[in-house]
Design a protein around this ligand. Structure first.
Ligand SMILES: Nc1ncnc2c1ncn2[C@@H]1O[C@H](COP(=O)(O)OP(=O)(O)OP(=O)(O)O)[C@@H](O)[C@H]1O
Ligand SMILES: [Mg+2]
Length: 285
């Protein structure tokens, strides 16, 4: 744990949300690999599993969290107590019911959440947020709070449509302009570039947003094998095509800078998480 001076207390914690609209495009796969990649690189990482589905990030990493964010919201546990260690530099917190409950919380609970996350500021360098499929209020709330948003898209018409819909809502309702796009499960060289171009064409035509093609992850049997072994491919098969592409994404993402000042701290994330309208909460320290 670092003991920074008061000036450094609000040091930057990188917050990256992974979303995509459509189910099964590889959001959780990307999240666990990003998180593992950061951890292997020596950055203290927390993976917030906002997924309610069966192929949860925790299952993918072979751990079983005992508590969820819901236990923090209800006041039964501290955030530290609900963190499940996965490996050196990596812990996971299960969102589960906590995420869907976010919308119905009162001010006191909001402040509790903000405090809980803010208390992590000295303990983590990066927070990776895996979101469930769909464009529900909970997913949007979770996503818009992050500093960097990764939209995962694969080569299926429904995936492109859903990615577009997510970007549209986030830009229209939350004034978010910058999106990192990861094309996933592509089957030939160049098809990821083409897929990105397809998405870019529609967003350029109808929305005022900036898309960056952050990575192209090929369809890779090693990745499926790693999932069966409950490991991240970046760790189990780093030399595989998917593993190498993910490693490149990790080093790229480590360099991503906050779009503007205050978006780079975890307190900001927590505040936006509970009050997406931008209403600032008075948190008494
Ligand atoms: N690059 C890839 N190569 C091969 N298989 C992949 C790749 N990415 C994902 N998959 C496969 O797709 C499956 C679904 O991925 P994942 O669970 O990450 O999707 P998801 O978007 O999180 O789904 P959900 O919306 O249900 O949460 C994985 O179990 C894996 O088998
Ligand atoms: Mg998932």
């Amino acid at each position: 744990m670092s003991h920074d001076g008061p000036m450094d207390r609000r040091r930057s914690v990188q917050v990256i949300a992974v979303t995509g609209g459509k189910g099964g495009v590889g959001k959780s796969t990307l999240s666990i690999n990003l998180a593992t990649g950061f951890a292997l690189g020596g950055r203290k990482t927390l993976l917030l599993d906002g997924d309610l589905g069966l192929a949860n990030a925790d299952v993918m990493l072979g751990v079983t969290p005992k508590y969820t964010l819901g236990d923090v919201i209800s006041g039964d546990r501290s955030l530290e107590e609900v963190l499940t260690p996965v490996r050196p530099n990596l812990s996971i917190v299960a969102g589960a019911s906590g995420i869907s409950a976010l919308a119905g919380l009162g001010e006191a609970e909001h402040i509790g959440i903000v405090r809980a996350f803010s208390s992590l500021v000295d303990d983590i360098d990066v927070l990776v947020v895996d979101t469930p499929a769909g464009i529900s209020a909970g997913v949007l709330q979770l996503t818009q709070a992050a500093q960097h948003i990764i939209v995962v898209v694969c080569d299926e018409p429904a995936s492109v449509t859903d990615a577009y819909a997510v970007i549209k809502v986030l830009s229209a309702e939350h004034s978010i302009r910058h999106f990192k796009v990861v094309t996933n499960m592509t089957r030939s060289g160049g098809s990821g570039t083409q897929l990105f171009a397809t998405l870019l064409k529609v967003t350029n035509r109808f929305l005022d947003v900036v898309l960056e093609h952050a990575a192209d992850i090929p369809d890779d049997d090693f990745l499926r094998r790693a999932i069966r072994e409950q490991r991240s491919v970046i760790d189990a098969y780093p030399g595989s095509a998917a593993g190498a592409a993910l490693k490149r994404l990790v080093s790229k993402a480590s360099q991503w800078e906050a779009p503007h000042g205050s978006r780079g701290n975890i307190e900001f994330f927590a505040e936006r998480l509970v009050a997406p309208s931008g209403r600032r909460l008075q948190v008494i320290k």
